[in-house]
Design a protein. Sequence first.
Length: 312
Amino acid sequence: MKLKDACTLFANANSINDISPHTRRAYTSDLRQLNKFLKLEIALAAITPAMVNQWAQSLADEGYLPASRRRKLATTRVFFNYCVQIDLITISPMEKIRFRFPMRMVPPPVLSSDEARQFLATIRATTSINPIQQPTRSLQKELIVWRNRAIVELLLSTGMRVGELTNLNMEDLDTIEGAIRIRGKGQRFRQAFVVDPIALEALQAYKTLRLQVSTTSSYLFLNRLGNRLGPQGVALLLRMLANSVGIQRRITPHMLRHTAATLLILNGADIRLVQEVLGHSSISTTQRYTHITKPQMKNMLIRYNHMQALAA
């Protein structure tokens, strides 16, 4: 069997279809690169460990960072293991290959406390105190304004990934307990909590408005057409909100995730707690936030309840 045909089988496998759309796109992109390097017409059984090593070296030569190379080679390993499982080959060419990558503990991009405070305060100022008792806009306009605020409140409160946010269903948000059921990577579920009262009030107001919308969609966050709001839609609205606040830097959903994690660490949260909040499978991933110094902690937020400080 040719490599390109094996890749097609892999892409259509049930085990692959069960993963997240983001991971599936990464698999497709990585294997397309592998195909281009090894040539589409090569026989699967003809691929040797030396060829895989050449593929790995080419990634380094092209300037890919260690994290990107690690992911691409992990995809390659998963692919060849799948080929072994369905008897396309007897042994993976990566069976005895081990790669070493230099570890780079680069601090992630975050908002400063002043930027986060300004951003949140401006977003909160766009909403009325009670959209139900004192409506100032049509239901559709009111829903969009409160949706945007609810998204910012959730991203800063919980540090959830944008894909996790856009996959939330109505029943995943319990505004009475302030609990959110999150579908994480690998279809692992975890629970998050919104403990800040101002943020929780905003989520309650948004959900009340959302219940008034006539739609068959069960998703919590909708676009203007009444369909699921996707990750790109969230990224776009954050850029628009940042421009309205006057923040020159590009604000992304992942930047708010990093900001939430950093603020928790600054306020004394245990790294294991932050790991659980973010849904990291490995503590080493969470350790990238521990570059914060103690003097910085003294001038930051109230311990753990960082949202309260942002509202001051």
